[in-house]
Design a protein around this ligand. Structure first.
Ligand SMILES: NC(=O)c1ccc[n+]([C@@H]2O[C@H](COP(=O)([O-])OP(=O)(O)OC[C@H]3O[C@@H](n4cnc5c(N)ncnc54)[C@H](O)[C@@H]3O)[C@@H](O)[C@H]2O)c1
Length: 266
């Protein structure tokens, strides 16, 4: 690949990808609204507000692939989510349509389906069940990906990321953890796949507790290698054991599902 765009490159996940994807494309075009420092070798930096369509068209022009991470990554006001996630993700897909139709990886979230209970194994037939407005915005982004593939042939992977952290920080993450290395391999498999169509993948490592089924996406060939088990003892020693009927345990979205409505509480 010649030029790969990463939006939200200054965020938690984007910073992990910056070094790890060096060399995967000739040029990484890194974008955010926050300062990204100096461009290194094989990098270019374009600061851009995702809510500005004209700016996003310039941002996307000339790229061969997009990893779309930018926007709100937790619950916020509707106004914030409207600009960062709803307008922002529409602008990315619309800019792709108006330029070279690059393949897109859309960072969705498990919070698009967070009201499903833990004991239900989720797959690509699972209906949306968002657990907050942030989750609703991810359902919108997933629908955009479907629409732009069916109507305009823009291939995309929608990745319902669990928790992409260096290590799990609570017991729920023993199931939802996605190691940065496994995510990087998933990204490579997504952009290297001869055909992608519009495919949804759950983003979790090869953890012992498995909530999600990616067998529909086996043709991409992604096989996670890491497991959260190495952190279990430490986490169980440092966190209280929850009860089986604690709503944070019952629902896949955990605390996102049990939190009140953001506008009422802030
Ligand atoms: N971190 C996870 O485990 C996780 C889990 C599920 C989904 N995701 C998704 O992955 C993506 C990255 O997550 P993260 O943890 O790095 O989030 P983050 O909040 O750390 O980073 C998001 C970045 O987007 C930028 N941004 C916000 N609004 C913008 C706008 N209007 N224009 C341009 N840039 C804007 C922010 O400045 C920030 O650097 C998000 O879309 C998030 O919803 C992450």
């Amino acid at each position: 690949m010649h030029r790969l765009l990463i939006t939200g490159a200054g965020g938690n996940v984007g910073k992990k990808l910056r070094d790890r994807l060096a060399g995967f494309a000739d040029i990484l075009r890194l974008s955010d609204i926050v300062d990204l420092g100096e461009a290194g070798e094989g990098e270019e930096i374009v600061l851009c507000d995702l809510a500005d369509l004209d700016a996003v068209i310039d941002l996307v022009d000339g790229v061969d692939g997009i990893i779309h991470l930018g926007g709100a990554s937790v619950e916020n006001t509707f106004e914030y989510i409207l600009n960062a996630n709803i307008r922002g993700t529409y602008n990315i897909f619309e800019a792709a349509r108006k330029t070279g139709k690059p393949r897109i990886l859309f960072a969705s979230s498990i919070h698009a389906v967070g009201f499903h209970p833990r004991e239900k194994r989720l797959d690509d037939d699972t209906p949306f069940r968002p657990d907050c407005l942030y989750g609703v915005s991810k359902c919108f982004g997933e629908s955009l990906a479907s629409y732009y593939y069916d109507k305009f042939d823009i291939e995309s992977a929608v990745v319902r990321i669990g928790s992409c952290e260096f290590e799990p920080v609570d017991r729920r993450m023993l199931a939802t953890w996605l190691s940065p290395e496994d995510f990087v391999q998933m990204i490579k498999d997504i952009f290297n796949a001869p055909r992608l169509a519009n495919t949804m993948l759950y983003g979790a490592s090869a953890n012992k507790e498995q909530w999600w089924d990616n067998s529909h996406a086996a043709f991409i060939g992604w096989t996670p290698q890491d497991s959260s088990e190495q952190f279990r003892k430490k986490l169980e020693a440092s966190t209280p054991k929850p009860t089986w009927n604690d709503p944070n345990v019952v629902l896949q979205g955990g605390r996102f599902a049990t939190a009140g409505h953001f506008e009422d509480e802030n």
